[in-house]
Design a protein around this ligand. Structure first.
Ligand SMILES: [Zn+2]
Length: 172
């Protein structure tokens, strides 16, 4: 994983980019959806191997999972804005695997599970992989993760958000 902050920020930026009037509910669902796939670390506790389709970075990180999850949430919560909900939530969920595929460690991401169980990385892998435990998070490793996320996630998102902000002000 990138850290939950990195995943959450990308989801927040995605929501704002697609739909400036994102409701609080949609923002929360988007951020939650971007963090959710890492619940699969529980698989380790059940003795499921990392490279198993249901192991870490497996099915919950796949494109199919993002489709099903975003469809479910938009059906439950989208009301008259189901399409916007579905688009924002799909992108937020799938962004998790995309970020993971740019991290420096772990096994790759099973984007195409259950059709293809291979794990994938992108050629660019500048984001330092985030520790899973809290303790390690406040270590030198944690600081390095923070700095790499600031550079590759924080600054780009910040630039997008600022640009959107001024673009919208100038439209008023
Ligand atoms: Zn992950």
């Amino acid at each position: 994983m990138a850290s939950i902050f990195g995943h959450g920020l990308v989801a927040y930026t995605t929501s704002k980019l697609i739909n400036s009037k994102s409701s609080k509910l949609l923002l929360l669902l988007a951020i939650g959806s971007a963090i959710l796939p890492d619940l699969d670390v529980l698989a380790f506790k059940f003795g499921i191997d990392y490279s198993h389709p249901f192991g870490h970075r497996g099915f919950t990180h796949s494109v199919l999972f993002a489709v099903l999850w975003s469809a479910l949430l938009s059906y439950l919560f989208g009301k008259s804005r189901k399409l916007i909900f579905a688009i924002v939530l799909f992108l937020s969920t799938v962004s998790h695997g995309v970020l993971d595929a740019m991290t420096s460690g772990g096994k790759g991401v099973g984007f195409f599970i259950p059709f293809d169980n291979s794990r994938y990385f992108f050629p660019f892998r500048g984001i330092k992989v985030s520790p899973i435990g809290i303790e390690e998070f406040f270590s030198e490793w944690g600081i390095n993760v923070f700095l790499s996320e600031l550079k590759y996630i924080g600054i780009p998102c910040f630039i997008i958000l600022i640009t959107l902000h001024f673009a919208r002000i100038s439209k008023l």
